[in-house]
Design a protein around this ligand. Structure first.
Ligand code: NAP
Length: 261
């Protein structure tokens, strides 16, 4: 009899944003569990190094794509729909955001955040959901953030994109579950990756206990998906913070954020 607590045996996963941080940790954990991979990001050299490291234990396909570019996104969409070496798990992880007052940020950069965090994730989920529901089995793990639980002054666009991801994922959980496709939404809090450096945010005054490793967050996401959880918030402190963000009025959120910025 199979062990109900053993991780799900995914055959082949497409992981976006696998060149660093949480996506890289997801790819490593999945390979350890015997899952073959399609790894997607812009930095082809990093992806090739990852593929070399994980092979021959796992078969790794490298797909270099800027998911903010519609033509390049189409190659990833096409790969998800392919019946050759079909993908049974999509990890929709690639994402980023910029820190600063909205009108002071580059509007093209803010639009790129929407393109990657929302448009790409949405199109990839559509392609995966269509192919997987036709086969009657699959998994989609969307990476959101606890930032999506409330408005975030000085990260307005980023938090709004994550509110979209969480709401969208919960609706898909209901729609696709009966068709054999598990949809989970991972909502991390502060995680040690390249995210903060890329976003231009200062975390000098952030208490140490708020941080988690990419590996711990990735593991929580994959385990939550295997257990059929609609939403996974890793870490007790993040569960408390996300509840606070959901309930707090904007003026209180603003005051707290100003203390730590
Ligand atoms: P990270 O280390 O900066 O990794 C981001 C990944 O996304 C990289 O692999 C990057 O690869 C990829 N990416 C970015 N833009 C892309 C594009 N246009 N096309 C294709 N790939 C792109 O950050 P991370 O923390 O692991 O972020 C992963 C996810 O976790 C994101 O969705 C983020 O919003 C979420 N998250 C992070 C935190 C945190 O504190 N770190 C908290 C909550 C949620 P390339 O640069 O090679 O393209």
């Amino acid at each position: 009899m199979s062990d109900p607590l053993a991780p799900e045996r995914w055959e082949r996963a497409l992981v976006t944003g696998a060149s660093s941080g949480i996506g890289l940790a997801m790819a490593e954990l999945l390979a350890e569990r015997g899952t073959d991979l399609v790894v997607v990001a812009r930095d082809g050299a990093r992806l090739e190094r990852l593929a070399a490291r994980l092979s021959p234990g796992a078969e790794v396909e490298v797909l270099v794509a800027d998911l903010g570019d519609r033509d390049q996104l189409a190659t990833a969409v096409e790969r998800l729909g392919s019946a050759v070496s079909p993908i049974d798990l999509l990890v929709n992880n690639a994402g980023f955001g910029f820190s600063g007052d909205f009108i002071g940020l580059d509007p093209d950069g803010e639009t790129a955040v929407v393109d990657v965090n929302i448009v790409a994730l949405h199109r990839l989920a559509h392609a995966a959901g269509t192919a997987m529901s036709a086969r009657g089995r699959g998994g989609i793990l969307n990476v959101s953030s606890i930032a999506g639980y409330g408005p975030a002054p000085r990260a307005a666009t980023y938090a709004a994109t994550k509110a979209f991801v969480t709401s969208f994922s919960e609706a898909l959980y209901s729609e696709l579950g009966p068709q054999g496709v598990t949809v989970s939404c991972l909502c991390p809090g502060l995680t040690r990756t390249e995210f903060q450096q890329r976003s231009g945010s200062s975390t000098d005054r952030t208490p140490g206990f708020l941080w988690q490793s990419a590996e711990a967050v990735a593991r929580a996401g994959l385990d939550g998906l295997d257990r059929g959880r609609a939403v996974v918030v890793p870490g007790t402190h993040n569960k408390i913070l996300s509840t606070g963000l959901r309930l707090a009025p904007i003026r209180l959120i603003d005051q707290v954020r100003r203390r730590f910025r």
